[in-house]
Design a protein around this ligand. Sequence first.
Ligand code: DGL
Length: 261
Amino acid sequence: MRIGFFDSGLGGLTVLNEAKRLLPHEPFVYFADTRHVPYGTKSKEEVKRYVFEAVEMLESYDLKALVVACNTATSIAIEDLRAVYDFPIIGMEPAVKPAVESIKPLHKRVLVTATPLTLRESKFQQLVAKIDEDHLVDSLPLPELVEFCERLEFDEQVIVPYLKDRLSGYDLDQYGAVVLGCTHFPFFRDHFRHILPDHIAVMDGSLGTVNRLIHVLKERNALYDSGSSDIIWLTSGGCPEETEYLRKAWAILQKETPSNV
Ligand code: DGL
């Protein structure tokens, strides 16, 4: 049996990267919805339809668990998916909770970056309402980062000016943490680090999600602790060039540092 991973495109690779590090003996299947990426600027109804189409196709891979490695898809469809499928389904959540905990003693603020749809959705609003009693959390949509990532555009000369411009309205001295609330964004961790003052922590939800996955598999006695691991690469476009493109993005990620949350 395999662990399924799903995202609109390349973003979920950042979570798979963490999973592969902590679960070296598990076989995976990764699905990128290349025909419909990006999700974050589409309507809720469209995204829900795409997510169900994707999971229907992944289901045939004898899944022992599914990771919806996409904050946007999680906020739109996770409850509905769980109501339909029997295998455990683990979603993403912007790392607001650890970020708020980390800044409290410092009297600083948190900036959550994500897709416009994630930030608009009630799941995110409720999460913030629950955790952010002192109103220390601000949010910033960065949909262009998804587009850059999908084009494999990581050139500092392009990304750093873009981020500088989007962050120009913020007094960064007031902030203690920036949350990468979209799974595409950890591809740009170094670019964020380049701009942000050293005292600002850059946090994402990958490790939290993978720890949850491990917990769920342990509970079901379904963890493999020996044997060889492999990854099946799938895209909704289905052509060999797209598989190559996934492998290329995966190779880029292998050089990055693991997440810190
Ligand atoms: N990677 C996804 C997320 O975490 C979605 C990005 C997109 O398709 O807009 O939200």
